[in-house]
Design a protein around this ligand. Sequence first.
Ligand code: FAD
Ligand code: NAD
Length: 480
Amino acid sequence: MSEQQTFDVVVIGAGPAGYHAAIRAAQLGLKTACIDAALGKDGKPALGGTCLRVGCIPSKALLDSSRQYWNMGHLFDQHGISFKDAKIDVATMVGRKDKIVKQFTGGIEMLFKANKVKAFFGFGTLHNGNVVKVKQHDGSEVELKGTNVILAAGSDSIELPFAKFDGDCIVDNVGALDFTEVPNRLAVIGAGVIGLELGSVWKRLGAEVTILEALPDFLAVADAEVSKTAAREFKKQGLDIRLGAKVSATETKGKGKKKEVLVTYSDAKGEQTLTVDKLLVAVGRRAATKGLLADDTGVKLNERGQIEVDAHCHTGVDGVWAIGDCVRGPMLAHKGFEEGIAVAELIAGLPGHVNFDTIPWVIYTEPEIAWVGKTEQQLKDEGVPYKVGSFPFAAVGRAVAMAEPVGFAKVIAHAESDRVLGLHLVGANVSELVHEGVLTMEFKGSADDLARICHAHPTMSEAIHDAAMAVDKRAIHKAN
Ligand code: FAD
Ligand code: NAD
């Protein structure tokens, strides 16, 4: 082993959380190293974590390709556009996705160089005394010591014991982003974010998609009205979502192109079977802590296997922090971004802070689903008095002009103070609109503030304006 190298900050993991922490720490003048073990499809080191390699960005690339294809068959005729023999070339579509991934993972390497973050490519293990031993891809080992160490190891897919990933027929997100052709029949276990997004991709391209969800309610994390509208639209699109479906066994049969998976599950009607060509297991992710911590570090894991941290992402061990998917809170890239920046700033003596109450959620289906803040159900459970205003996109000029009338905006405000407590959206491009709610809530604004802000006409954002006015029964474009 070579001589120990010392840094102000050593980050383990160069995903969204880790690379934000590393770059911000370096910007603040701290001598910073960042270690990542991941390899790209080409077998070369690829920075950027799950998000850039096999998560947010590649899934959105395929969602966009498949949306264009779907719209040709389902939207263009309304505009008077017709065409003959539309075809999808999966290799080109996946190749486009791979180029985007390469561009962005390479971009992180460039940003590290530009900010003087020293990158190490290999697997890091934290030892007592803030020492990190790195097993590099060439087999050599280096030892780093950080005044501060930030653990940003991310998460891995949860595997079900009766549906082990085989990289071919039974896959997680990694496999489902790389199918070489459109499967005739695809089953998905889990109607969560990945199941809905990747199920939508292959449905739009022509697969028969069945989603098996163990819980009796669809998308219970979202506002109930939003989930209801989304479920109705997904059904119209042909996504077969079966609720209360508990999978108990899978069996792979046949060989080569004839390989198929027999899925056994039970629901209210009893035991059922389903035969498919591909099975995507998307039942959640767990913190990737295997091999990360030597026995003597003092860093604790909680009952869910996540690294235990306080509200400021400190582990309780001097100079050791943890951020992103490997700690509590939603597994979202932008939550990791904010924690990474906050921890780097705290290390530099600045007042780093994350407001966990204003983290937006987006599900990139069609319609898109987006929200920030509390749902009505949560407020009821907490006994908080609230009032609601909602407005349908069907009454928004821009939405109708775009032939995208589905969905609505819903503003929830405190019954007495009028302070905005939540914004819930379902409709076209609402991923871009949700930030109006984030901003209002960050600045502790009221529904009246939103109602008095001038919104450009015609835009989709007018739904939020009218919804805010509807909170006090003064929406202009609908009966109150
Ligand atoms: P990760 O991105 O998982 O990065 C951790 C990195 O650390 C990895 O590169 C790993 O190789 C490395 N590592 C781990 N342990 C070690 C070690 N011991 N030594 C060296 N390196 C190590 N979130 C959104 O906000 N929006 C989306 O649209 C979205 N879409 C998604 C789609 C899919 C299909 C998936 C799977 C996830 C999606 N997510 C999305 C979630 C998002 O990808 C994660 O929340 C985010 O990547 C977490 O960032 P992170 O930095 O904590 O961890
Ligand atoms: P998820 O938690 O969103 O959904 C998992 C679903 O599987 C849940 O509905 C759960 O009830 C169900 N489930 C669990 N065990 C089951 C079983 N045995 N049988 C049937 N159903 C079962 O998890 P995910 O979809 O795997 O995504 C993982 C994480 O990645 C999410 O928490 C999310 O934070 C993140 N992600 C975010 C985005 C985005 O922001 N657009 C996109 C993809 C992933």
